[in-house]
Design a protein. Structure first.
Length: 201
C-alpha cells in the first residue's frame, strides 16, 4: 500500500465490545424497548457516528438522517448525511455533550462473516474506529454497532465496498426500533417500501 494513500475522515468502524450481544432486528427492537423502559421521560441522545464518504461507514449518518425524518429534534440526534459525525468532528462533539444525557452510540463495525447484517448491542460504550486501529475515546451509555462486513486485513477497503443495500436496510432497522419507542407516530414505511421495491409485479 502506498504511503501517500489518503482516506476520507471516517470513523473507521467500531469494534464490537467483548460483552456485546449479537442481535437480529427483532432483538434490536427489544434492546431499544429496554432502554426506553429504564429511561422513560429522560432525554435521549442518538450519537450516529460515521461518514457519507464510505458506504459501510455511512450507517451512522443514514440512521441520523432517518431519525430526523421521523421527527426526532435536532438536539436529540448528532450525525446525519448532511452533517456527519466523523473522526475529525467526534472529539470536539464529545467535549460539548451533556454528562447527564443518556446516549445511544451508533456506528458501523466489522465482525465475523456469519454476523454480517446483524447488530452488536451493549449496555456500555463503543470504541469508534477501533476496527481500523485508531484511538478515540469510548462513547455512549448504550451502543449499537451494525456489522456491515467481515473483519480482515483491509478494514478500510471492506468498509468502502460494503453493500449499500445492506447498510440502508440496517439503518432502517435501527431507526424503526428507536422510533417505535420514542416516536411511535412516525412512519418510516415509505423508506422501507422504496428499499424493497424490486419492480416486479
Amino acid at each position: 500500500m502506498s504511503s501517500v494513500r489518503r482516506y476520507p475522515p471516517a470513523s473507521g468502524g467500531a469494534a464490537p465490545r467483548p460483552g456485546a450481544k449479537i442481535a437480529d432486528a427483532a432483538e434490536l427492537r427489544r434492546f431499544m424497548a429496554g432502554i426506553a423502559d429504564r429511561h422513560r421521560g429522560e432525554p435521549i441522545l442518538f450519537l450516529c457516528i460515521g461518514t457519507d464518504r464510505s458506504t459501510g461507514d455511512s450507517l451512522g449518518p443514514w440512521v441520523g438522517t432517518l431519525l430526523r425524518g421521523a421527527g426526532f429534534p435536532p438536539a436529540a440526534v448528532i450525525g446525519t448525511l448532511e452533517s456527519p459525525c466523523d473522526a475529525d468532528r467526534l472529539p470536539e462533539l464529545l467535549a460539548s455533550l451533556s454528562a447527564d444525557a443518556t446516549t445511544i452510540a451508533i456506528d458501523a463495525c466489522l465482525g465475523r462473516p456469519e454476523h454480517i447484517g446483524k447488530f452488536a448491542v451493549a449496555e456500555e460504550a463503543l470504541e469508534p474506529a477501533k476496527a481500523v486501529g485508531k484511538a478515540l475515546p469510548p462513547v455512549g451509555t448504550y451502543s449499537v454497532a451494525g456489522i456491515v462486513g467481515a473483519g480482515g486485513p483491509k478494514p478500510y477497503w471492506t468498509l468502502q465496498t460494503a453493500s449499500l443495500r445492506r447498510v440502508l436496510g440496517m439503518a432502517l432497522d435501527i431507526a424503526q426500533a428507536a422510533a417505535a419507542e420514542w416516536r411511535p407516530e412516525a412512519d418510516l414505511q415509505s423508506w422501507r417500501a422504496i428499499f424493497y421495491n424490486s419492480g416486479s409485479s
